[in-house]
Design a protein around this ligand. Structure first.
Ligand code: NAD
Ligand code: MG
Length: 383
């Protein structure tokens, strides 16, 4: 029996992780955490019987407590609750399916408690990779990528060391606005940006996919996960989303992982690694597919990608500013307070305003996040 904890269980990755649990009788959920959807959490508790469950808000946690009073489950809330669930003694693997930098502290605590991490929460690595990766090494725990591209790279690497990698080929679908001009992008509405051609995901990451900021975050994620310098990570736009990423080795061989776009595969692979389990679902038929195409990304139109490389090169606290500014800007766009192109504009401005802190600790990372939030709030109220 493999026992797992899921932070962010009501979201897109969280619910797909629970589908994987339904398909594998030897997986058991011992802890579940979510933000605010009490009703969904109640249903999950009744189906999966975790030992502990938590809501971010205290009010929601009290509501949940009343709803499940007939069950033997501990209810927790806030950061304290997330930390308790991340380090729950019975759990072996923590699935980080939460959005944003809120994942940093629980991930660190879980590593220190010796839990393997099935990592979906890329913001944690982007902003604190320099802390997380050495810490995982120190405690001898595995960081198993759930992000589809990184899972593809991990599967293609198949244990070969970083010095055998010549290049990482990171694929991107290009999103719904592939080939568009900036003039056209100026008029994009929320509904247009939420329509991803190939993947069904949470709202924030769907917007990030359309701006290519998601790919920018993934470049930084790949750099930490695989220990490869930035100029050896190449982004390829591949609109069919069948080749999920590849590794080019020092002898010129390229190994890639392909399949239909379905997050359950990388989730299941991370949970059972190194075992590959059978899984029902779609299969690629190359005759129906006909062709796979590749294009260079356009960093002038999609300047969120260009800014990501800038943030990664600046290093230190700059990726935090990139990430935090994007998070706020995406929120403002979803609330229809700013135009689509202002997302990357605000990221660039926040980065220009920031003085980099080298090797930031968790407190300094969270301070840079706060500073960026305040900067963006000030920028918007002045408009
Ligand atoms: P989502 O918005 O669908 O779900 C987020 C989950 O986190 C929800 O359960 C929500 O309740 C919970 N949550 C939010 N704030 C919380 C808080 N303060 N305390 C406790 N729980 C909280 O997001 P998602 O699309 O599932 O993405 C999750 C992470 O996985 C992100 O980092 C994203 O970049 C990454 N990711 C997602 C996909 C995908 O296909 N959705 C693919 C690759 C990577
Ligand atoms: Mg991805």
């Amino acid at each position: 029996m493999k026992k797992i904890a899921i932070l962010g269980s009501t979201g897109s990755i969280g619910t797909q992780t629970l589908e994987v649990v339904r398909g594998n009788a030897d997986l058991q959920v011992v802890a579940l955490a979510a933000g605010s959807s009490v009703e969904k959490m109640e249903a999950q508790i009744r189906e999966f019987h975790p030992e502990i469950a938590g809501m971010w808000g205290e009010k929601e946690a009290r509501d949940l407590q009343e709803r499940v009073a007939d069950l033997d489950v501990k209810i927790a809330s806030g950061m304290e609750g997330l930390l308790e669930m991340a380090t729950w003694p019975e759990s072996q693997v923590l699935v980080t399916a939460i959005v944003g930098m809120i994942g940093i502290r629980p991930t660190i605590a879980a590593i220190q408690a010796g839990k393997d991490i099935a990592l979906a929460n890329k913001e944690t690595l982007v902003t604190a990779g320099h802390i997380i990766i050495p810490l995982a090494k120190k405690y001898g725990v595995s960081i198993l990528p759930v992000d589809s591209e990184h899972s593809a790279i991990f599967q293609s690497l198949n244990g070969e060391p970083a010095d055998k990698i010549e290049k990482i080929l990171l694929t991107a679908s290009g999103g719904p606005f592939r080939g568009w001009t900036r003039e056209a992008l100026a008029h994009v509405q929320v509904e247009d940006a939420l329509r991803h051609p190939n993947w069904s995901m949470g709202r924030k990451i769907t917007i990030d996919s359309s701006t290519l900021v998601n790919k920018g975050l993934e470049v930084m994620e790949a750099r930490w996960l695989f220990g490869v310098e930035l100029d050896r990570i190449q982004v390829l736009v591949h609109p069919q989303s069948i080749l999920h990423s590849a590794v080019q080795f020092v002898d010129g061989a390229i190994m890639a992982q392909m399949g239909v776009p379905d997050m359950k595969l990388p989730i299941q692979y991370a949970l059972f690694y190194p075992d590959r389990r059978s899984m029902a679902g779609g299969r690629v038929d190359f005759f129906t597919l006909g062709q796979m195409t590749f294009e260079k990304p356009d960093p002038d139109t999609f300047d969120g990608l260009r800014l990501a490389y800038e943030a990664a090169r600046a290093g230190g606290s700059m990726p935090t500013v990139y990430n935090a500014a994007n998070e706020r800007a995406v929120g403002l766009f979803l609330d229809r307070k700013i135009a689509y192109l202002q997302i990357s504009e605000l990221i660039g401005e926040a980065m220009g305003h920031h003085r980099v802190v080298r090797e930031p600790g968790v407190e300094e990372i969270l301070a840079a996040e706060q500073e960026t939030y305040e900067y963006i709030a000030g920028r918007i109220s002045r408009k």
